[in-house]
Design a protein around this ligand. Structure first.
Ligand SMILES: Cc1cc2nc3c(=O)[nH]c(=O)nc-3n(C[C@H](O)[C@H](O)[C@H](O)COP(=O)(O)OP(=O)(O)OC[C@H]3O[C@@H](n4cnc5c(N)ncnc54)[C@H](O)[C@@H]3O)c2cc1C
Length: 332
């Protein structure tokens, strides 16, 4: 790892004044320090924002929920208001990584973590995401890669929290010395077709300050489940987030989100259409899972995801609707 200056900040304005000339924000440091140790990045200055108390905490407002960027995944999982009204988010934060990591990892850092593609993560491979002209995953080991939107760079969206926040129509607040702006999660991530080297629209001089979640409509129920190879200490091979707006047993409106399916966390309008205006039953939940796979284009080694996602979606719909308990084969 290279030598660097650590600028320890206690205010937002102090941190923003340090963000120039290649300085990089450090929150929990889990992903950033890994990337530095792996030789992927060598910033000369880290701006430590961990001690900025104004960026921490969960606040219920008349409009919904405001979560400070430094709030940890464990704090979000355990918050009573999140558990009661935003189960998808509590489930997603509570099943990411491991208990130790969840105590350290912040929601801002989780949304901004880099992809896990092993070719990108190894400094032996100069790939598209490093500004070169080749993706090694197409002819290489691609079992964990994308089954949708995978023609440029098929590394998958890694954030569990993003799955929940897309389903909840959340936004993030970004601040710079010039002012603040709000960006919807659906517009926050940059597809590799647009620019493989950029993950999000955040600028180098901006801080992600909070996550804003609108109040759910009456009758909303939600859930998230993660599937993978290991019980813990790993990212998902497939994860599903479901938000159902219910009138009794009839679904007014649904959001079905897939993580680890594409380079950018995605909703499935085809699956959502299978539920809108219908009762939630095993049959409609299965139809939604099947519809979600329309247009999937698996690579040479990840065809299993086309079978795994429909099961993940079906079981998560029934979990959200209160018709099934947590799937014992889900992980995290
Ligand atoms: C073994 C293992 C398993 C894991 N499994 C999962 C999983 O299942 N699901 C999942 O979602 N994650 C998983 N993770 C990833 C982990 O949750 C993230 O690395 C962590 O959430 C990052 O948060 P952090 O606060 O440590 O971010 P940092 O490492 O501090 O920052 C990450 C990136 O965000 C930038 N950044 C951070 N905060 C801000 C901010 N407020 N404003 C501007 N820029 C900012 C940093 O510059 C950096 O580029 C796993 C990690 C490990 C090691």
């Amino acid at each position: 790892m290279n030598q660097f200056i650590l600028a320890d900040c206690t205010t937002e304005s102090g941190a923003l004044s340090q963000l120039h000339d290649g300085a990089v924000v450090k929150a929990g440091g889990i992903d950033l320090l890994d990337r530095m140790k792996e030789g992927l990045e060598s910033p000369t200055k880290l701006v430590n924002i961990r001690n900025i108390s104004s960026l921490r905490g969960i606040h219920e407002t008349a409009q919904g929920l405001n979560i400070g960027a430094l709030t940890t995944l464990a704090e979000i999982e355990e918050d009573p208001a999140v558990k009661a009204h935003y189960a998808i988010l509590s489930d997603a934060c509570g099943h990411a990584a491991t208990p130790q990591i969840r105590n350290m990892a912040t929601v801002g850092g989780n949304l901004l973590q880099q992809n896990r593609c092993w070719y990108f993560r190894s400094d032996d491979f100069a790939c598209l995401k490093k500004g070169k002209d080749m993706c090694f995953a197409f002819d290489g080991l691609n079992q964990y890669h994308a089954i949708f939107d995978n023609t440029t760079c098929p590394s998958v969206a890694p954030s569990s929290a993003a799955v929940a926040l897309l389903g909840l129509n959340a936004s993030v607040e970004l601040a710079s010395a010039k002012g603040k702006r709000t960006v919807a999660i659906k517009d926050f991530y940059v597809h590799p077709d647009v620019n493989p080297m950029t993950r999000t629209v955040i600028a180098p001089d901006e801080l992600l300050t909070s996550v804003i979640i609108p109040k759910p409509a009456s009758g909303t129920r939600s859930a998230y489940q993660k599937y993978g190879e290991k019980r813990s200490y790993d990212w998902a091979t497939a994860d599903a987030g479901v938000v159902l707006e219910m009138d009794g047993n009839i679904c007014r409106k649904a959001a079905i989100v897939m993580g680890a399916a594409s380079p950018v966390v995605m909703r499935s309008p085809k699956a959502e259409a299978m539920l809108a205006g219908k009762p939630i039953t095993e049959e409609t939940a299965r139809a939604a899972g099947k519809a979600a796979m329309e247009g999937a284009q698996p690579l040479s080694m990840n065809g299993y995801k086309v079978q795994l996602f429909p099961v993940a979606i079906y079981r998560t719909i029934l979990l959200a609707a209160g018709q099934m308990g947590r799937d014992p084969s889900a992980v995290g």
